[in-house]
Write a protein that binds this ligand. Structure first.
Ligand code: NIG
Ligand code: FE
Length: 407
C-alpha cells in the first residue's frame, strides 16, 4: 500500500466518535463517507463529498468501498493463544452433559510443555492469520499453559513476537507438581500458596520483561482472593498493569479485588452480586464479557444489559483457548451477545472495538478518528447490523492494520 490511501464510497462508516451530525449514538456513524490514511494513521474522516482536494493527487491510492460498511478493527482484549494440543473430546463430553471445570487447563499444560518453540510459533502464526481474516486488528495474548518458570517465560516470549499486549498468567491454576507435593497433602490452598511464592518470585522476574499485564484466575478450583491479590500486587510492583479472571463459575471476590486494585479489566463477570455491579459502575475497571465461554460450556450468559444499564463499561472478547472457548471470531461473539445477552447491535460492536481498547487502556485503537492507528475493516454488508443479523457468515471483506492490508 502507498503512503497515503483514500477509502471512498463508504455507505456506512462506524467511527466510534460521537459528534454533532453523526448518528448511531456511540458509534458516530457517517454515511456516504471517506477516510484518508497517511503513514499508518487516519488523517481525515468525513463525507466523501467533502474529502480534501489534495487526495486527487497521483500519489494517493483510491479504494472504493462500493457502498459497503466500514468499521474500526476489532480489539480482542482476552485470548490464550499459545498452547499445544486441543480439547475437542472434553468439548464433546460437555455437550453430552459434563460440567466445565478449571482443572481441564492442566491437560493443555501437559501438551504445551511437550511442544517445541517452533511448533507453538507455527500454531500462533495460524491464529494470527485467523484473527486478521475475521477483522481483529489488536489482540492480547495470555500465558498460563506453561506454569513453570521456563515454560511461562517461553509463552510470554513467543506471544511477544506477535503482539505488544502480553499478559503474564502464571496464576492460571496450580500445576500438578505442586498439587501432588506430599508436603501439602494435596491440600489445594496450601499447594496454591507454595506455587504463588514461585509465581511472584522467580516466574514474575522471568516473565515481566516480555509482559505488559499481570492476570490471576480468582475462582474456586484456581486461586483464592488472597492468593490472587499477592500475584496481582507483585505484578503491579513490577510495573505491570492489572487484569483479573473473575466471577466465571460462581459469585466470588474477583470483581471486588479487580476494582480495589484499579484493574483495567475484570473478565468473565458471569455471576455478579448487586454490590459487584455497583462497584464496577463506580470504577474505571471494564467488565469484559466472553460469550464464547458460555456458548461452549453451557453456562448461563452474563447479563450485559444489567451492567450497561447500571453504567458499567462493557467490552466483548473471544477468550480464544482450547478449553472454554475455542473461537477467535469477534463477529460470532457479537451475534451471541445480541441474541442472548441483551446487547443492541450497536452496543456489541462498540464493546468489541472501543470497549476492548478501554480494557487494554489503549488510546490509539478502537475508533476511526484522525491521529489514531489506521485499523479498519470493510464488511461485505451495507450496515454493521449484519454482524449480528447474519451469524456465521464471513462478512469481513478487507482488513487494514496500521494502514497496511492484512486480509
Ligand atoms: O478464561 N478461566 C480460566 N481460563 C480460561 C480457560 C482455560 C481453559 O479451560 O483451558 C478462560 O475461560
Ligand atoms: Fe481467559
Amino acid at each position: 500500500m502507498p503512503r497515503a490511501t483514500l477509502i471512498t464510497n463508504i455507505g456506512e462508516l462506524v467511527t466510534n466518535d460521537e459528534q454533532p451530525g453523526r448518528d448511531g449514538g456511540l458509534l458516530g456513524i457517517v454515511r456516504d463517507a471517506a477516510v484518508l490514511i497517511d503513514d499508518g494513521l487516519v488523517t481525515w474522516v468525513g463525507r466523501a463529498a467533502d474529502a480534501p482536494a489534495q487526495t486527487a493527487d497521483a500519489g494517493v491510492e483510491l479504494l472504493d468501498a462500493g457502498g459497503r460498511a466500514v468499521i474500526p478493527g476489532f480489539v480482542d482484549s482476552h485470548t490464550h493463544l499459545v498452547f499445544g494440543g486441543d480439547r475437542a473430546e472434553e468439548f464433546a463430553a460437555r455437550m453430552a452433559g459434563n460440567r466445565y471445570e478449571a482443572g481441564g487447563i492442566r491437560s493443555t499444560v501437559a501438551a504445551t510443555r511437550a511442544a517445541t518453540d517452533d511448533e507453538l510459533r507455527a500454531r500462533l502464526a495460524g491464529f494470527v492469520a485467523e484473527l486478521h481474516a475475521q477483522g481483529t486488528t489488536t489482540f492480547e495474548i495470555k500465558s498460563g499453559y506453561g506454569l513453570s518458570v521456563a515454560d511461562e517465560q517461553r509463552l510470554v516470549r513467543l506471544a511477544r513476537e506477535v503482539t505488544e499486549e502480553v499478559t503474564f498468567l502464571g496464576a492460571h491454576v496450580v500445576p500438578f507438581e505442586f498439587r501432588e507435593d506430599p508436603r501439602f497433602d494435596r491440600d489445594q490452598a496450601a499447594a496454591g500458596d507454595a506455587y504463588v511464592d514461585v509465581v511472584i518470585g522467580e516466574m514474575l522476574a522471568a516473565c515481566a520483561p516480555y509482559s505488559r499485564w499481570v492476570d490471576a484466575f480468582c475462582e474456586r478450583g484456581a486461586f483464592t482472593a488472597e492468593q490472587s491479590r499477592r500475584v496481582l500486587e507483585a505484578g503491579a510492583a513490577a510495573g505491570l498493569g492489572v487484569r483479573v479472571h473473575g466471577n466465571q463459575l460462581g459469585e466470588g471476590e474477583g470483581v471486588r479485588l479487580a476494582v480495589e486494585l484499579g484493574a483495567a479489566s475484570v473478565d468473565h463477570c458471569t455471576f455478579l452480586s448487586e454490590a459487584d455491579v455497583a462497584a464496577l459502575a463506580s470504577s474505571d475497571t471494564v467488565a469484559t464479557l466472553l460469550p464464547g465461554v458460555e456458548f461452549s460450556t453451557r453456562q448461563p450468559y452474563p447479563d450485559a444489559r444489567r451492567l450497561i444499564d447500571a453504567g458499567v463499561t462493557v467490552a466483548l472478547a473471544s477468550d480464544c483457548n482450547p478449553g472454554s472457548s475455542f473461537t477467535s471470531s469477534m463477529p460470532f461473539c457479537i451475534a451471541v451477545a445480541v441474541r442472548d445477552m441483551g446487547m443492541t447491535p450497536a452496543e456489541a460492536l462498540w464493546a468489541s472495538t472501543a470497549g476492548g481498547a478501554l480494557a487494554m487502556r489503549r488510546g490509539d485503537v478502537g475508533a476511526i478518528r484522525p491521529g489514531l492507528r489506521a485499523d479498519l475493516v470493510e464488511l461485505d454488508a451495507p450496515s454493521h447490523l449484519h454482524l449480528a443479523y447474519r451469524p456465521g457468515v464471513p462478512l469481513v471483506r478487507r482488513v487494514i492494520v496500521g494502514g497496511v492490508a492484512r486480509a
